[in-house]
Design a protein around this ligand. Sequence first.
Ligand SMILES: [Zn+2]
Ligand SMILES: [Zn+2]
Length: 402
Amino acid sequence: MNEDPVSEARNSGISPRLFAQRIKAVLWDKEIAISRLRLPVVLVASLIGLALFLELGFHAQGFYIGDVLSAKQISTFANVASLNISSFDPVLVGALVAATVLRVVFGIAVGIADVVFYKRITGQDFDYDAMVNLAIVNMIFLLTAIFTFMNPWFMALLEHYQTWVERIPTVVETHGVVAIALACLIGDFCFYWSHRWCHKLRFFWTLGHINHHRSHKLTQVTQAMDPQAFLLDTAGGKVFALLLLPPLVKLFASDLSTGGWALVAVLLIDTWLNPSHSTTLYYLELRSRYLRALRLIFVMPGVHFTHHSREAHMNISDGCNFGARFTLWDRLFKTYCEPPPYIPEAGLFSENADYIRTPLRFIAHPYVKLYLELKGNRLGHWPKIMFGPTSYNPPNKVNMES
Ligand SMILES: [Zn+2]
Ligand SMILES: [Zn+2]
């Protein structure tokens, strides 16, 4: 008869408590460092290669390139169902497909460049441990997103959404180019505020966004997704673009076919802006005043990288640079911070902030901390623990790294 691990531990003389402690020591406390595991070089190289492959496959959308080439509809930016390729000029269709492929290929190239040039740019070793850990973390987040989409309840909601978009009236009839530009501006406004609230409110910060800000040695392939990013991401994400941009575009134009070339322009702009955690692109920005001048309008990679900085003076309003595509909203609401003339260290502000140790700890840490805070404090403090500002600390503080 097979025994469960707890009774097995008891029979072999180890108490369940000790057994649990040992499991915790391996999966939670111990920092996973490939170099210390003493694995054969081939295995280490394969592990690193696999992590890089997965990161670039999903993050830079490398796995979807076949879909793009064989697609009958363009669903790269606005995901407007009526935007059928057959109704477009073939030259424009070619340009849309080429721009989409370019965006993916460029994203992959930037990811690889970050690994290759990291040491030369920053003087520090590239963090392979973080990349392997984060590949696992990001896969888990992606799987949860995939399961959400497979949920029949969610699918039904999306179907309702489609019919809802079709019923949206066009308030002001403009040229397709204007409609897309307006939709991008308003979409970015929504991103700006939802992102800012993610930093301001404990609920959003603790339940997800904190994870996106943990990486110390930030690069395009050592960034963590956060589950909420699927709802926030106007810059390249699928869900937000799928849900928000089509109604926004529809408000300003009933016929999008006149705006096709604006979509190409947006795709080309996104090609440069999407790898927004890249040290290589930040480095290029530092060397080119023309790239720096573009910060006046766009959230260049250096601008978003500064959003990840852990230097206190950049913490203008529980962070800075919350925009995704345009710097306009940060400038208007006084949260814009000019990127420094060097690449700042990224990560959380707190000195004893938790770093990437194990995938389990990385994902579960904020939830465990929240649970202990609720458990250790009276009911009256619960609303503030859940929904208070991120700077709030309950009377009985939890003694865990943040
Ligand atoms: Zn953020
Ligand atoms: Zn980021």
